[in-house]
Design a protein around this ligand. Structure first.
Ligand SMILES: Cc1cc2nc3c(=O)[nH]c(=O)nc-3n(C[C@H](O)[C@H](O)[C@H](O)COP(=O)(O)OP(=O)(O)OC[C@H]3O[C@@H](n4cnc5c(N)ncnc54)[C@H](O)[C@@H]3O)c2cc1C
Length: 280
């Protein structure tokens, strides 16, 4: 942090380097200094604390993918992680780097948004806890101050029996999503709660409160699920680019929201999956 402050915004923290190094290669980022976070053990690790799972910012995406704690408490995150690039990228890439990079098509920002997670930002003046809407400002831009590091990501444990799904469409396996939908769903005291967020449909991940309200009011029958998916389209404002038009992204939002909801409904009350075997 002292180094960050010394360079006054002209230094970049280096986490897994899976986004920063390509930016350096293309000369899209030209910082005066890189501050390597890789040898700071206090920034690693996954632990369960008071109904939350706390991830050190430098926790590798691969550690998230294979974590038994995550598989048991946050199966949505386990599933989302398998969509992040390819295994070699996940072996270096970190949860904190992915969130600090703030790519609106990335999976982790969508999961943070859907589950009402928080990040901890620490600078020389102290610590701040930020929600996803307080953190993500626009494309590749957060509200982190130049002297602040993202140190932790905190996600609330999903309730027992909750269903989940991360549905995504990309042009090739391992590419960033054209559109991705994170869904979690559970029933409590006879009432359904849905948590939905979309990646790839604007400058920041979009929480689908309007669709969640339909599920809370009308339940999880076919008509309610279809109505929630149609409502999702009204809540997003995607841009078109050379990969997909805005209309195509809107259509994907409806299709993937419906798919994610159906999959999550099918998984409610089911036992959590075992984490993947670590490849040797
Ligand atoms: C071929 C390829 C495919 C990919 N596909 C996907 C994909 O499908 N989905 C996806 O989500 N990602 C994808 N990625 C990106 C990958 O997940 C990156 O790992 C991630 O975006 C950045 O994490 P990192 O740890 O590598 O961070 P870095 O690349 O090291 O850093 C990224 C940015 O965040 C800043 N930063 C990093 N850590 C902190 C911190 N603790 N505090 C403050 N600022 C910090 C850096 O200064 C930099 O500006 C892909 C990458 C490649 C190369």
């Amino acid at each position: 942090m002292a180094l960050l402050a010394r360079y006054g915004g002209d230094a970049k923290p280096l986490a897994g380097g899976q986004s920063l190094v390509p930016l350096l290669n293309f000369r899209l980022a030209r910082p005066a200094a890189l501050i390597d976070l890789n040898r700071i053990p206090a920034l690693g690790g996954i632990r369960e604390v008071d109904g939350h799972v706390v991830f050190g910012a430098m926790t590798r995406q691969r550690a998230v993918e294979f974590s038994p704690i995550v598989a048991r408490t946050l199966p949505l995150l386990t599933e989302a992680t398998r969509w992040v690039g390819h295994l070699p990228i996940r072996s270096r890439g970190t949860i904190g780097g992915s969130i600090a990079h703030a790519d609106p098509s990335a999976e982790y920002p969508a999961v943070l948004t859907a589950l009402d997670g928080r990040v901890i930002a620490r600078g020389q003046k102290g610590e701040r806890e930020l929600t996803s809407s307080a953190l993500f400002e626009t494309y590749l831009t957060t509200t982190l101050a130049p002297d602040e590091l993202l140190t932790e990501v905190r996600l609330p444990v999903m309730p027992a029996g909750a269903g989940w799904a991360f549905e995504e469409f990309a042009r090739r396996h391992g590419d960033f999503a054209l559109v991705g939908v994170a869904a979690a769903l559970w029933r409590e005291s006879g009432r359904w709660t849905a948590r939905l967020a979309v990646a790839g449909v604007g400058p920041v991940p979009v929480r689908l409160h309007g669709s969640e309200d339909i599920i809370a009011r009308d339940g999880v029958g076919d008509a309610a699920v279809a109505a929630a998916a149609v409502r999702a389209v009204e809540l997003v404002q995607p841009d078109g680019d050379l990969h997909a038009s805005a209309d195509y992204r809107r259509n994907l939002t409806r299709v993937l929201t419906e798919r994610a909801l159906r999959k999550a409904i099918g998984r409610t009350g089911h036992p959590r999956p075992e984490p993947h075997e670590q490849p040797s």
